[in-house]
Ligand binder design. Structure first.
Ligand code: ADP
Ligand code: MG
Length: 235
């Protein structure tokens, strides 16, 4: 298990500053949510942790190691986006196995881990299906299995509920809770949905205009919001 620390991290696109001096700690094995309205900088922050967006200042540490000179593929950060984009020409099983093949695991290890993950997400009977044969909810679950399979040190989920309806969202939240517990994952979870963030995360950081304005448990945020904006946003 690994911990993540962000120290005064900023991200900018030319003259747009998307993330402003963010400080955040995700203890090993815990789930931290970043909750905020559209455009507040959540995805930029997550992409910086994964190493696909450069920081303009600050430090990102995984297990105390500064990631500044560590390229994306060596960070062992799993990133899952809203639009899950499975590889359309690969079967469900091959999609889940993809990262394991890249990591050079043996056929036996790959088969075993793939089976384990598909069982975890309840799709063991769809191993040979193609992505176009899946429902939206099933595809999201395969994308989750694919992200978890290589046991990344840190898992970054960017609004993974996508456009799922209410019932499917509830199912996926329960599945994520079970998956994070089974895998002892360190997770950074980005959402604009309060209930989702509160259900999944140990701590929730509220983000506004690129800044983290408050961090706490759901109860702490609801009972003691730092200002009117946070109070309004949460209600
Ligand atoms: P969120 O995920 O919370 O919706 P983003 O991180 O996507 O927020 O965006 C934060 C700010 O950065 C917004 O003002 C957005 O328009 C801007 N932004 C995001 N990505 C880019 C980009 N690739 N180029 C320029 N501006 C961007
Ligand atoms: Mg976003």
């Amino acid at each position: 298990m690994s911990d993540v620390q962000l120290r005064d991290v900023s991200v900018a696109y030319d003259d747009v500053v998307a993330v402003r001096e963010v400080n955040l700690i995700v203890p090993a094995g815990q789930v931290a949510a970043v909750l905020g309205p559209s455009g507040c900088g959540k995805s930029s922050l997550l992409r910086a942790v994964a190493g696909i967006e450069p920081t303009t200042s600050g430090q990102i540490l995984i297990n105390g190691e500064d990631q500044a000179r560590v390229p994306t593929h060596r960070r062992s950060v799993g990133l899952m986006f809203q639009d899950h984009a499975l590889f359309p020409h690969l079967s469900v099983g091959e999609n889940v196995a993809f990262g394991l093949r890249m990591a050079g695991q043996s056929d036996e290890q790959i088969a075993q881990r793939t089976r384990q993950l598909l069982e975890l997400v309840g799709l063991a009977d769809r191993t040979d299906a193609r992505p176009h044969e899946l429902s939206g909810g099933q595809a999201q679950r395969v994308a989750l299995a694919r992200t978890l399979a290589p046991s990344p040190r840190v898992i970054c989920l960017d609004e993974p509920m996508g456009s799922l309806d209410r019932v499917l969202r509830r199912d996926l939240i329960e599945l994520l809770q079970a998956a994070f517990a089974t895998e002892h994952s360190t997770v950074l979870y980005v959402s604009h949905d309060r209930d989702e963030a509160f259900a999944l995360a140990h701590t929730v950081s509220v983000m506004r205009d690129g800044r983290i304005v408050q961090t706490g448990t759901g109860d702490e945020l609801m009972n003691h919001p730092v200002d009117e904006w946070v109070s309004d946003f949460l209600s």
